[in-house]
Design a protein around this ligand. Structure first.
Ligand code: ZN
Length: 261
């Protein structure tokens, strides 16, 4: 038995013994979908611009045309991406009653597309944008159409105000309700399954601490180091898809018939 399978079966045992299992995911789970982790040097979504500078709420407010010039590229780069088998695995675990919720840092909406139901997107989602004037909400496809139709390239509401993506921009506060829900889930989790995250950025960095502090255990499936490695009950460092497929096998959850790669 290889080490990876051994770790997967140990994790499966923890999950079966737990009342509440919560997953916490970061950019690493979407890399197999072709979405680079913009925090990794040289692989960024915006290699030629500083996202801290253009994806900033102050830029959106002062110069929405400039903001949307860059942000439309990001929308475009994410729009055709599909969930991979790691996203699918978490949706299947939820369906099987073995996973209570997914908390994600990702804005790519791939957990939702994979079928995860209880989903907390702490940095928001590109799935919709909202009017800064009247609050009306528009789905992604319509935002794109309105952006294309506007002479300045700024998607606008019926009321003429600019639309803002429902993602947390640099300089913005995190959504309070989502953070509180994530904290409650972490506190109540017997097992917090941390996947594809370096666990270094707030608010995600505090969640493993909350689980450990209330007597739960953490499992970490991430290739790079994290500040919690020494306190993890299970530590898996391989490919995220392979690790989660090994976990599904150990949990004896079958992949649905006809599910593509
Ligand atoms: Zn409006």
């Amino acid at each position: 038995m290889s080490l990876a399978i051994d770790e997967a079966s140990r994790l499966a045992d923890l999950i079966r013994a737990a009342d509440s299992v919560v997953a916490l995911t970061g950019a690493g789970i979407s890399v197999p979908s072709g979405i680079p982790d913009f925090r990794s040097p040289g692989t960024g979504l915006w290699e030629n611009v500083d996202p801290m500078e253009v994806a900033h709420i102050d830029v959106f407010r002062s110069d929405p045309e400039r903001f949307w010039h860059f942000y439309a590229e990001r929308f475009h780069s994410l729009e055709d991406k599909r969930p991979n088998r790691a996203h699918d695995a978490l949706a299947q675990m939820e369906q099987a009653g073995l996973l209570k919720a997914v908390i994600t840092q990702n804005i790519d909406r791939l957990h939702a597309r994979a079928g995860s139901q209880e989903l907390i997107e702490v940095h928001g989602t590109i799935a919709h944008s909202s009017c800064v004037g009247c609050g009306a909400r528009y789905p992604l496809a319509e935002v794109r159409d309105r952006q294309a139709a506007d002479p300045a390239g700024v998607p606008r509401c019926e009321c003429e105000s600019a639309l803002k993506p429902d993602v947390v921009l640099f300089g913005e506060y995190l959504p309070v309700e989502a953070i509180e829900r994530a904290e409650q889930l972490a506190i109540g989790a017997d097992v917090l399954l941390c996947i594809g995250s370096s666990l270094e950025v707030y608010p995600v960095a505090e969640l493993p601490e909350l689980t450990l502090g209330s007597g739960g255990q953490i499992a970490i499936l991430t290739q790079g180091p994290t500040p919690f490695d020494r306190r993890a009950a299970v530590r898996m460092r391989g490919d995220v898809v392979a690790e989660l497929e090994a976990l599904l096998s150990a949990l004896e959850i079958e992949r649905p018939v006809g599910d593509g790669p």
